[in-house]
Write a protein that binds this ligand. Structure first.
Ligand code: ADP
Ligand code: MG
Length: 385
């Protein structure tokens, strides 16, 4: 977290509200593998990263929340009733967290806050979860509510659903709260069981290459993919009644229904069932310290997302292909698809050259440079001393 950001927050807080209060932070995230598995009840495998939201917060003894966003250079003041919803969209995240805490029987009273962040907005690193988690975590401590971590993640998720119009899964808020330095966490999206795995990548770096494109298709395609998955699950369920989600199905069970589903739906399911297995394989590989296998699985995921699930695009396939050509250890599109970033596992020795080539070749073909984000797996929500 940049020192500049902290200094700005402290200065602004003093100017507006005085000297009391503590600093709280939470992180953005990457997902190493496990894409489009969440709504199929499968695994995701995220980690918190070294960029996030930092907030100084202090209760003010009133029934008003007074909050300043450094990055938007805007002030918002609101009460804590449902009808007090603020106009600024960034303030709705803070308001939503207050409301969701109250709805769960927690206490929230007025407070003052100044915050800033260094997660790029809308790049797929979940700046919004970092924001929600920072406040959910802080309010829980300040007002001594005693919610457990999973409840705090759920508060963030409900904030997106009920106050920001985003019907997201739980992964982003989960990892922003639960993330640990040098660990990834495998989350079972059906049961919410989770397990930490070591992520020690000495000699390698994790780097995101942001295509900076967003193709319109994303939301309609997303709904169509979900429908395909449900159709195949229903077909399999007829023979194997225990199957609740597509992720419960074995590959051979998919084969049994080949003639009963469309070839397109079959391909979608083939990707999902393969992806669930790949998450498990990557976890095993990490426990052995076998990063080559991790990387190979990332390429397989990209292939599946591009050719079977068909949610990639020219720009992302270009970046993936370039990574493969340059012997980058692993590379795949991260997130829903149709734009955004690739996540790359790159050997130190190859790093400079890969970035240079990615920037130059991408720009030559698509007319603009991609953005590069180096990330380090770091702690999730915590107090900053
Ligand atoms: P992302 O994929 O980064 O989560 P979203 O569109 O879900 O993108 O969330 C971005 C929104 O979250 C912003 O428009 C803003 O309202 C809020 N937000 C994120 N980071 C900040 C920040 N540093 N300061 C103020 N608001 C922020
Ligand atoms: Mg978001």
């Amino acid at each position: 977290m940049q020192k500049q950001m902290k200094d700005n927050i402290l200065k602004k807080f003093e100017e507006l509200f005085g000297n009391e209060g503590k600093l709280y932070t939470s992180s953005g995230r990457i997902n190493l593998i496990g894409e489009h598995t969440d709504y199929n009840g499968g695994y995701v495998f995220p980690g918190a990263i070294d960029c996030g939201i930092l907030a100084k917060i202090n209760p003010n003894g009133t029934d008003k929340v007074r909050v300043f966003s450094i990055d938007f250079n805007e002030y918002s003041e609101f009460g804590l009733e449902e009808s007090d919803i603020p106009a600024q969209s960034w303030a709705r995240y803070v308001f939503g967290v207050c409301r969701e805490t109250l709805k769960r029987g927690g206490k929230v009273e007025g407070f003052d806050a100044v915050f800033a962040g260094d997660v790029p907005l809308g790049a797929g690193l979940s700046s919004s979860a970092a924001l929600e988690s920072t406040f959910a975590f802080a309010l829980n401590l300040i007002f001594k509510n005693g919610f457990d971590k999973m409840e705090l993640a759920l508060i963030g998720q409900s904030t997106e659903h009920n106050y920001c119009g985003v019907k997201c899964g739980l992964m982003d808020q989960f990892i922003s709260i639960f993330g640990k330095k040098n660990s990834l966490v495998r989350l079972d999206c059906k049961t919410l069981e989770y397990k930490y795995f070591p992520f020690n990548i000495q000699g390698y770096r994790l780097v995101l290459v942001d295509s900076c494109v967003k193709h319109e298709l994303a939301s309609s395609a997303y709904n169509k993919r979900r429908e395909s998955c449900e159709k195949v699950r229903d077909a399999i369920k007829k023979r194997h009644p225990d199957v609740e989600c597509l992720s419960d199905a074995k590959r051979i069970w998919l084969e049994e229904v080949r003639s009963e589903v469309s070839s397109e739906d079959f391909m979608r399911a083939e990707y999902v069932i393969g992806e669930v297995q790949r998450v498990l394989d990557v976890c095993d590989a990490l426990e052995r310290g076998d990063l080559e296998t991790v990387g190979e699985m990332m390429y397989q995921t990209h292939f599946g997302l591009s050719r079977l699930y068909e949610v990639s695009c020219e720009e992302l396939d270009f970046l993936n292909h370039l990574a493969r050509k340059m012997d980058v250890t692993g590379s795949r599109v991260m997130g829903g698809g149709f734009g955004g970033c690739t996540i790359n596992l790159v050997k130190d020795a190859l790093y400079d050259n890969f970035i240079k080539e990615a920037e130059e070749q991408f720009e030559a073909k698509f007319g603009h440079k991609p953005k590069i984000y180096d990330v380090v797996i770091s702690d999730g929500a915590h107090i900053v001393e």
